[in-house]
Design a binder for this molecule. Structure first.
Ligand code: HEC
Length: 117
C-alpha cells in the first residue's frame, strides 16, 4: 500500500486549504463597497456627508479616524444609524436620519464601510 500512504500528505494539504478557504471570510469581515454606497444613495446620506469633505455632518474619513481601533466602533455607528440620536445641524437640534434598511447585516456592512474610509 505504498501509493496510498504517499497520498495522505497531499490530501491533508487539500483539507487544510479547504478549511482556510471556508473559515477565512468569516474572520476577514469583508466589506461590500457597492452595497454600502447603494444604501447611502438610497438613504440620502450624501446630502450631509461625503467621504473626505465636511458638509453638515462630518466626513466619513473623519469619523473613521475618530473611531479607529476603538472597541465597539461598529456598534457605535450601527446605533447612530438606527436610533435617530439628536444631532446639531446648523445650530439646530434635529433627529439624525435613520438608514433606509431593516436588514442588520446590510447596515453593519455600511458601518464597516464608513469605518474603513
Ligand atoms: C440632515 C443632515 C444629515 C443626514 C441626511 C445624515 N446625517 Fe449623519 N450626521 C449629521 C450630523 C450633523 C452629524 C454630526 C453629529 C454630531 O457630531 O453630534 C452626523 C453624524 C453621523 C455619524 C457619526 C459621526 C461621528 O463622527 O460620530 C455617522 C456615522 C453618520 N452621520 C452617518 C450617516 C449616514 C450613513 C446617513 C444616511 C443614512 C446620514 N448620516 C445622514 C447629519 C446628517
Amino acid at each position: 500500500m505504498k501509493t496510498s500512504s504517499r497520498l495522505n500528505p497531499v490530501l491533508a494539504c487539500v483539507f487544510a486549504a479547504t478549511t482556510l478557504f471556508l473559515v477565512g471570510p468569516t474572520f476577514a469581515q469583508a466589506v461590500d463597497a457597492d452595497a454600502a454606497q447603494a444604501l447611502i444613495k438610497k438613504s440620502d446620506c450624501s446630502k450631509c456627508h461625503a467621504v473626505d469633505k465636511k458638509k453638515d455632518g462630518p466626513s466619513f474619513k473623519e469619523t473613521a479616524a475618530r473611531l479607529k481601533g476603538k472597541a465597539g466602533a461598529e456598534d457605535e455607528v450601527y446605533k447612530h444609524l438606527t436610533t435617530a440620536p439628536k444631532v446639531k445641524i446648523d445650530g439646530k437640534e434635529e433627529e439624525h436620519k435613520v438608514v433606509k434598511s431593516k436588514d442588520e447585516a446590510e447596515i453593519r456592512n455600511l458601518a464597516r464601510w464608513i469605518l474603513s474610509r
